[in-house]
Every structure is written in structure tokens, then in C-alpha cells.
Design a protein around this ligand. Structure first.
Ligand code: NI
Length: 262
């Protein structure tokens, strides 16, 4: 079974000790590609180092994460703008978005940073990988003016209601990213997923976070994606092979990469 991890931070220091083993386990589990969203200017070097070392397996995105937005946001944006202009290797603008869970102080700045990066995605014809936490209405408001444009991307770590999903999927070029949360005991996501077409979801780990059951609480890694995949198969009442194949196709539709076999 072959599948794609569309959202993983395996370049972070949590993986300093054993990254080669982490990659090897991912390959053995059937992960054909791992897509790596950036966090901010402090993570670019690590991100690119890992993607160079595992070229054709790990793919970098560039962007400023909303929790990294503060009064010096212009400096962060300038670095992303420079990266976009100087390199062709970025497969997406990400991760970007709004996060009001940790801190609401910089909402205005977060909106400016998000909106600017949407415009860059359009300029460079790159998909967007969007992080939203406690910010659904604001995300929707910022994105509304872009609805009829050719934007593509992922609403990463989707955990909302059926109504939320319906509104997000009005954006035709977008998929919902589903991760280990779907395996959690009290998650409402299994019920909600039944209403979402399998043609509109992709798989992700968000490693090192959001580890699926039975490893919940431990560090997450791409190989654990198979537990999320098995659970999604159960929810839709189809084989995990079918989910693997469909979500890989959905991913390639958004990112336009060549399909790979392990
Ligand atoms: Ni992330």
C-alpha cells in the first residue's frame, strides 16, 4: 500500500537523533512522499537540509506560520518573499493561516501575513497549506475575495463540523487534511467525515504532533500514518488500499508532483 504524508515537520530537532531511521520506517510503511511545511525564518535552513538529503522523497514548502507572527512580521515576510523569488524547489506556500488559540494579540498582523501569502501563492501559481485554529470565520473572510480565482491547497488538520467542511469545500481547488485526531476516542471527526467525499481529503501526520492511537502521546512520525489510513477506511467502509490510492491522487492533483512508487 502506497500513500503520501502531506504535512510533516520531521526537520525539527525532535528528529535530530534518528532521522535516517524515521525515513526508513516511513518507506517500509508505504509512505512514498513526505511534504514539509515551513514554520518561520528560524526553520528554513533545517527544512532545506533535510529536503536536499532526501531529494525526491521530502519536498519543502515556504511560509510564515501564524504562531510566529508578532511585531516583526515584515521581516519574516521579506524572508519568505526572497525565498520564493530565488528558488524553484518549493512545492507550496505553507504553512500559513490564523491561530487564535494560543494568542489573539496579533490578529491584525496575522491577517496581513496570511493575505500577503495568499497573493504570493497566486503569483507563483503554488498551492497553499492553511493552518486554522479557533479562527474559522476569519479564515473564511480573508479567503472569500479569492474564491473564484485559481487557488489550490489544503485546509490542514481539519476538525470542524459538517457545515464548516461544506463552506471550506466551496473552494474547489482545496482538500481537507486528516490526521491522527481521527483515531482519538472522543473525536467528532469520524461522524463528520462520513459526509465528506473521499475525493476531497488527503492524509497527513503533522509529525511530531497529533500522534494516532495506539501511539497517542508519543512523538509522531510518517510511518504512523498507516493507523490514520486504517481508521479512515473503517469510517468510509472501504479498503485502506482504496483510501491510500484516492488520497494520493487528491494530493497529486493539488501539488502536481509525479506519482512515485516505494
Ligand atoms: Ni504543521
Amino acid at each position: 500500500m502506497n500513500f503520501i504524508d502531506t504535512h510533516s515537520h520531521i526537520y525539527l530537532e525532535e528528529f535530530d537523533v534518528d532521522l535516517p531511521e524515521v525515513i526508513e520506517r516511513a518507506r517500509l510503511a508505504g509512505v512514498t512522499q513526505i511534504l514539509l511545511p515551513n514554520v518561520d525564518s528560524t526553520t528554513i535552513e533545517r527544512l532545506l537540509r533535510v529536503c536536499n538529503e532526501y531529494k525526491g522523497y521530502c519536498y519543502p514548502m515556504i511560509g510564515v506560520h501564524p504562531t510566529s507572527v508578532d511585531e516583526s512580521y515584515e521581516k519574516e515576510l521579506a524572508i519568505v518573499e526572497r525565498e520564493l523569488a530565488t528558488s524553484n524547489s518549493y512545492i507550496a506556500v505553507g504553512e500559513v493561516g490564523l491561530d487564535l488559540y494560543w494568542d489573539k494579540t496579533y490578529l491584525k498582523e496575522q491577517i496581513v501575513v496570511f493575505d500577503t501569502q495568499i497573493q504570493w501563492a497566486l503569483r507563483y501559481n503554488l498551492p497553499l497549506v492553511i493552518h486554522s485554529r479557533d479562527a474559522f470565520e476569519h479564515i473564511y473572510e480573508v479567503m472569500k475575495p479569492y474564491k473564484d480565482l485559481s487557488l489550490k491547497g489544503i485546509f490542514h488538520s481539519f476538525t470542524g463540523s459538517v457545515e464548516d467542511a461544506d463552506r471550506l469545500l466551496e473552494f474547489d481547488g482545496f482538500m481537507l487534511g486528516v490526521n491522527g485526531v481521527v483515531t482519538f476516542k472522543n473525536s467528532s471527526l469520524p461522524k463528520v467525515l462520513k459526509h465528506i467525499p473521499v475525493e476531497r481529503i488527503v492524509l497527513e501526520t503533522d509529525a511530531p504532533y497529533l500522534t494516532p492511537v495506539p501511539y497517542r502521546g508519543k512523538r509522531n512520525e510518517s510511518a504512523h500514518l498507516k493507523y490514520t489510513l486504517l481508521k479512515i477506511g473503517e469510517i468510509y467502509g472501504v479498503s485502506p488500499e482504496l483510501i491510500a490510492k484516492q488520497t494520493a491522487m487528491n494530493t497529486l492533483k493539488v501539488f502536481g508532483m509525479p506519482q512515485k512508487q516505494v
